[in-house]
Write a protein that binds this ligand. Structure first.
Ligand code: 26Q
Length: 835
């Protein structure tokens, strides 16, 4: 669809110039007038703000024209519901999408300032934990770039994911007050404030038409105030919206309250309400059953659905019958799954639909993405909590379950076990609501995030549902945005690609395959290496600044960054590091290549084992880095506070990407894709999207090791890690060093739970089973690395075949196969002539 910008408005307010002269004038105006700064230089902070405002003005005008364009064409729309968005920094993204880099660099020169310094002032918007939150951010980028009318809905947390400090090797969590000093990237839309109900009770009656009706009354209401963030597409003049809800009280401080002595109460309720959007929950076992988390989930779901319905009414009037034809709602995991009964409540209680009609609309509209196979990570909420907080929703969930179980009985007559297994309500001492079951039952599409993950969902966790509704389950392998994860984070490589294969790859990543045809070009190979080397220098600088450890760009950079979790097996990585150290001590460096090993990531605050792994990495690093014998061969760091912005430096400077989870546990992984795009070679297990990465790049360009998901299940039945260790002298020696406190001289015994977990026959993660395979794959990687030409080939081919892992491909698949957005629903905004 093509859109012309409103001509009348356009004549009155011609779009702001994008040339250096105009941009510079605006920058000065914002600096002097908006921010009130004088002649003296007041530091980069104000320059950052003036730059951001200058860019924002240009986003806002495109935002308006995009809205008008959607309004005019009335396409089907998608609401993406997510409790998390890991946006990182916004300024550079906007600058490059709007093609303002040159104009801004020039303009800032007159302030004696480089654009990079200004960009560096911005704090990360860290409104997410890890992969799931960053995926949501990449998806929004692709939706805007592809011109799909998709709105992101989330919560505007005052505090995002905690800032990680390391003290004496231990993780310490510091609050992330990212809004301090304000953010230029949000515009408050007061007129779209929604009211969300909590508590109270329900009451039924029969209306004048004789219909059974329910109302939910005596509630404590909370206001949801939209803070809109612009999401620019890549050089297409489209700006979509991320609408983040901030909670506010509905009992406004009135003069009357004040006079009648109720001021205190009013302030209290302000606090209660504001708590909802105060802080992002870390992905932590200790969060289970926390009321505030459920309040957040319902707050997001209810406000967002009301918002979608309000737009429907504006565009189509009060009759909601065509609603499902014009709307899709994508649930990012089960976190917003309460949207299913909430949409039913709105349709049945407020818009007076009959149950069956409301259910048809709801299930046609909803789609659910699953992100985990770990059964312990599946969300459940105590029925008692629901009754107290969301009494009307509990009634609706029971009703949904009642109808659903009739369907189960029809398919499996007399099978009471099936009924128990599939019931949305898990019976027991404390009955619980199974949110994944609710999401599956209430959606027309259920997808996994990588081929293996989806297959395992079908065979395992969701097998009953797969038997009932085989057509519901589908795969959408994750992707990452090539703008941020190649274009912006690796300017050196971007320039080379532009020169070699043209500039189209950035929105059509399959074009990278052209690189393969140039693989023998000497000049290309030389430049490829020199870019990688420069990126390694840049990473080394960051490592030095943050840890004081010197990384040497001539050594192999072996990197593992991701959340710290036992299934991701950072511990296996450490075992290998200790093994290398031991070989160095024995003088067996013959086939070794010098390495710099970097591990980074946050541990959930209540996850003791994960926190101990961080301490182990730090202690091992301290011993190795202080041993002169190791200096030429091995350096190790734990990089504190891993976040989006750090990854932008890390992935371009990586040689070897560690993707070593226990097979069958990592749903997809997305860091693996960022590394691949930037020419890192993967050492990995057959898990998540690693499998597809290996297929894309060819098995000869991937260092494979470890049990398959199937073998993992087999091995568990008869697993004796201590025998594996005893039979392997290298492994024995590694365990000995750990168990004899060689890395815990000051605090003997602190790592016992880690070494015991490796020796435990019930070790879920089978670390010992994969040790030997891992060491061998590492030796292979070292051997190839020593052959510069072979490594260069592998590196180039990894980039060349990473096209499939663009989130543009993923979103195109969501659009075609889940949302039913064809080519005709893709927008191209045409700017008025002469702009
Ligand atoms: C749950 C309950 C209470 C509080 C927090 C949570 C919570 C929060 C975040 C539970 C899980 C998450 C995040 C999960 C996540 O990031 N999963 C990852 O999703 C990626 C994108 O699909 C995959 O690539 C990863 O494999 C998967 O681990």
């Amino acid at each position: 669809m093509k859109c012309e910008v409103d001509k009348n408005f356009d004549d009155e307010f011609p779009w702001l110039g994008m040339d250096t002269r105009t941009v510079k004038k605006d920058l000065l105006r914002h600096y002097h007038l908006t921010l009130g700064r004088g002649q003296a230089r007041c530091g980069e902070r104000y320059l950052y703000q003036a730059t951001a405002l200058t860019v924002r003005d240009r986003l806002v005008e495109r935002w308006r024209s995009t809205r008008e364009c959607y309004q005019e064409n009335k396409p089907r729309r998608v609401a993406y519901l997510s409790l998390e968005y890991l946006m990182g920094r916004a300024l550079n993204n906007a600058v490059l999408n709007l093609d303002l880099e040159h104009a801004l660099s020039q303009s800032l020169k007159s302030f004696g300032c480089a654009l990079e310094e200004v960009l560096d002032q911005e704090r990360d918007a860290g409104l997410g934990n890890g992969g799931l939150g960053r995926l949501a951010a990449c998806f929004l980028d692709s939706c805007a770039t592809l011109g799909y009318p998709v709105t992101g809905y989330g919560i505007r947390y005052d505090y995002g994911i905690f800032h990680q400090k390391i003290r004496n090797g231990y993780q310490v969590e510091v609050p992330d007050h990212w809004l301090e000093g304000g953010t230029p990237w949000e515009i408050i839309s007061l007129e779209n404030t929604r009211t969300v109900k909590f508590g109270g009770h329900t009451e039924s009656w029969v209306d004048e038409k004789g219909n059974f009706r329910v109302r939910w009354i005596s509630t404590s209401d909370v206001l949801a105030v939209p803070h809109d963030v612009p999401i620019p597409g890549y050089r297409n003049d489209i700006v979509n919206t991320l609408r983040l809800w901030k909670a506010d009280t509905s009992d406004k401080l009135s003069l009357q309250d004040f006079n009648s002595g109720e001021h205190h109460d009013a302030v209290l309720s302000q606090n209660m309400a504001a708590q909802i959007s105060m802080v992002l929950y870390p992905n932590d076992v200790s969060v289970n059953g926390k009321v505030l988390r459920l309040r957040q989930q319902y707050f997001l779901s209810s406000a967002s659905l009301q918002d979608v319905i309000a737009r429907w009414k504006r565009d189509y009037g009060n009759d909601m019958h065509g609603f499902a034809d014009k709307n899709r709602i994508q649930l990012n995991d089960t976190h917003p799954a309460v949207a299913v009964p909430e949409l039913m409540r709105l349709l049945v209680d407020v818009y007076e639909f009959g149950w069956d009609e409301a259910w048809a609309i709801t299930t046609e509209t909803m789609a659910y993405t699953n992100h985990t196979l770990l059964p312990e990570a599946l969300e459940k909420w105590p029925v008692a909590l629901f009754r107290q907080l969301l009494p009307r929703l509990l009634e609706i969930i029971y009703e949904i379950n009642h109808h659903f179980l009739k369907e189960v009985s029809a398919k499996w007559p007399g099978d009471s076990q099936k009924l128990r297994e599939m019931s949305i309500i898990e019976e027991g001492h404390e009955p619980q609501i199974r949110m994944a079951w609710l999401a599956i039952v209430g959606s027309s599409s259920v997808n996994g995030v990588a081929a293996l993950h989806t297959q395992l969902l079908k065979e395992g966790l969701f097998n009953n549902f797969y038997q009932l509704w085989p057509e519901k389950l589908n795969n959408k392998t994750n992707g990452v945005t090539p703008r941020r994860w190649l274009g912006f984070c690796n300017p050196g490589l971007k320039a080379l690609l532009d020169k070699r294969i043209g500039e189209q790859w950035i929105t059509d990543l399959k074009q990278l395959e052209q690189l393969a045809t140039q693989i023998d070009d000497k000049e290309l190979r030389k430049q490829w290496r020199s870019i990688k080397c420069a990126n390694k220098e840049r990473l080394a600088e960051m490592v030095m600044e943050r840890t004081g450890v010197r990384f040497d760009a001539s050594m192999m950079f072996d990197i593992q960054v991701k959340r710290i979790h036992e299934y991701k097996r950072q511990l296996l990585n450490v075992l290998h590091v200790v093994h290398l150290y031991q070989k160095i001590l024995k003088g067996e460096t013959g086939t070794m290549v010098p390495r710099c090993v970097l591990i980074g990531g946050k541990a959930a605050p209540g996850y003791q084992m994960a926190k101990l792994i961080i301490k182990l990495v730090n202690n091992v690093a301290a011993v190795i880095n202080n041993d002169p014998a190791a200096k030429d061969w091995l350096r190790v760091v734990f990089l504190p506070n891993y976040q989006v912005t750090a990854m932008e430096i890390i992935c371009p400077g990586t040689d070897l990407s560690e993707q070593i989870s226990t097979a069958g546990k990592e749903a997809s992984g997305t860091g693996n894709m960022k590394f691949m795009m930037n020419g890192a070679v993967t050492i990995g297990t057959l898990d998540g999207a690693n499998i597809e990465i290996r297929e894309a790049v060819g098995e000869e360009n991937f260092f494979l090791f470890g049990l398959t998901a199937e073998q993992v299940e087999e091995t568990r039945k008869d697993y004796h890690p201590s025998s594996i260790i005893a039979a392997d002298p290298d492994f024995s020696r590694v365990m000995e060093l750990l168990e004899q406190d060689c890395f815990s001289r000051e605090e003997p015994g602190i790592f016992v739970s880690l070494t015991e977990s490796i020796r435990n026959p019930h070790d879920q993660w089978l670390t010992a089973a994969d040790f030997r395979g891992f060491v061998e794959a590492q030796e292979k990687a070292a051997q190839v690395y020593a052959d510069v030409e072979r490594w260069t080939t592998m590196s180039i081919l990894n980039t060349a075949y990473s096209g499939y892992f663009s989130s543009d491909r993923t979103i195109t698949d969501y659009a075609n196969e889940i949302w039913g957005l064809g080519k005709d629903q893709q927008f191209k905004v045409k700017q008025a002539a002469g702009k």
